[in-house]
Design a protein around this ligand. Structure first.
Ligand code: FAQ
Length: 341
């Protein structure tokens, strides 16, 4: 990730060479967790800052496509559930920014990189949510893809990231079920509701497959597997997602918008058609359907919230000044009592 960062950790060790000669790689091979105070190669630290902050930005920007539907959810129950889900995504962003900060970076710098367009966030959140069915698709497909990618991260070598992922995955699993439930209901509804679900599925299927990132041959951050961060490759995760989602789509009565999709008994996997990588890179580089809208909504929310941050800082200062005063008074009273005794 391209975030500019404040470096406040001690100088890092040199880049690793090979297991057996490098004590850091030995620790990784032994499945030991690396903690913030431990020595680590600078390239490992930078890699984690890139990935964790990009992940945090995705959670926060990811609140926007669904956030706009909270007031339009079709019932009070759906509204309550969606509100809780969107709040969870905000919480995930906060755990992840906190995990990134353990690597010696400053959250304000990371957020500045997002707002100035220097930092990446997941391509998927640059697509529009035009109908209620899109909210179902985000839960079922997008959270489903997020879980597929994030469960292996619960075992990643960096302790604070791995621990954050455990809680995040539990919550994402509720999110996925609520999305499936929305789509399931629509598919048991009127012909118009079924059509709305199919139209939405047609729009979300391919962008969801793109979430897993470029083909392994174009994935530049391969060192992450040697460091125990990336346990499975982009293509492996994408294939797993297709394999579990096709039967779910058929249970729901949805048609996968891919004429090339078929079961390959020899491989024991579904074959599927080619992804539009031009579209993927256009969206990643800022030219997707909603990139501009998402970033400007994010920047506006941040600016509108300036007074809350100022009030919180003023309140914290007042509290610590009051606490310091009280401890001075207590100190003076106890020395008076000692003198009197
Ligand atoms: N979008 O070498 P690789 C969620 C970039 S959370 C944009 O393969 P890597 C929850 C990549 O950064 C979703 N950019 O990269 C939720 C790199 O550029 P850089 C986010 C992408 O890191 C649900 C370049 O392409 N999840 O959904 C994308 O090995 C519902 C080359 O790629 C995470 O962040 C993309 N899709 O693999 C919230 C999980 N893919 O940085 C609300 C943690 C790739 O060199 C509602 N991250 N790029 O400039 C990861 O597992 C990995 O970072 C990958 C990418 C798999 C995303």
């Amino acid at each position: 990730m391209n975030a500019s960062t404040s470096e406040s950790r001690p100088a890092a060790t040199a880049a690793p060479t090979a297991v057996g000669t490098d004590p850091f790689l030995e620790r990784i091979a032994n499945d030991e967790k690396i903690e913030p105070q431990d020595d680590m190669p600078e390239s490992y630290r930078k890699h984690l800052v890139r990935q964790i902050s990009q992940h945090a930005h995705s959670e926060i920007v990811g609140m926007l496509p669904e956030g706009g539907w909270i007031t339009r959810a079709p019932s009070l129950k759906r509204k309550e559930v969606l509100l809780a889900k969107v709040q969870d995504e905000g919480g995930h962003g906060l755990y992840l920014y906190a995990a990134a900060e353990t690597l010696g970076v400053n959250r304000a710098d990371l957020i500045d990189a997002l707002h100035s367009g220097r930092a990446k966030y997941s391509s998927i959140f640059n697509y529009a949510t035009d109908t209620w069915a899109d909210i179902g698709m985000i839960g079922w497909l997008v959270d489903g893809a997020a879980i597929m990618n994030q469960v292996p991260l619960c075992r990643c070598s960096y302790g604070p990231y791995a621990r954050a992922m455990i809680r995040i995955c539990k919550e994402e699993s509720f999110h996925q079920r609520q999305g499936f439930d929305i789509v399931h209901n629509l598919m048991r509804g009127t012909p118009e509701q079924k059509q709305m679900a199919q139209d939405s599925f047609d729009r979300w299927w391919w962008p969801t497959l793109m979430m897993f990132g470029p083909h392994d041959s174009d994935s530049v951050h391969t060192q992450a597997s040697e460091w125990g961060i990336k346990r499975l490759s982009n293509d492996e995760l994408r294939q797993r997602f297709v394999d579990v989602t096709v039967p779910q789509a058929s249970f729901l009565g949805l048609t996968i918008p891919d004429p090339a999709l078929r079961w390959n008994a020899e491989r024991g996997h579904y074959d599927f058609g080619a992804l539009d990588w031009d579209e993927f890179w256009r969206v990643v580089k800022g030219d997707g359907p909603c990139n501009e809208a998402r970033l400007s909504a994010r920047v506006k929310a941040f600016n509108d919230g300036a007074w809350v941050r100022e009030a919180a800082v003023t309140h914290a200062r007042k509290r610590s000044a009051r606490a310091a005063n009280q401890s001075d008074v207590r100190g003076a009273t106890s020395s008076q009592s000692r003198a009197a005794a």
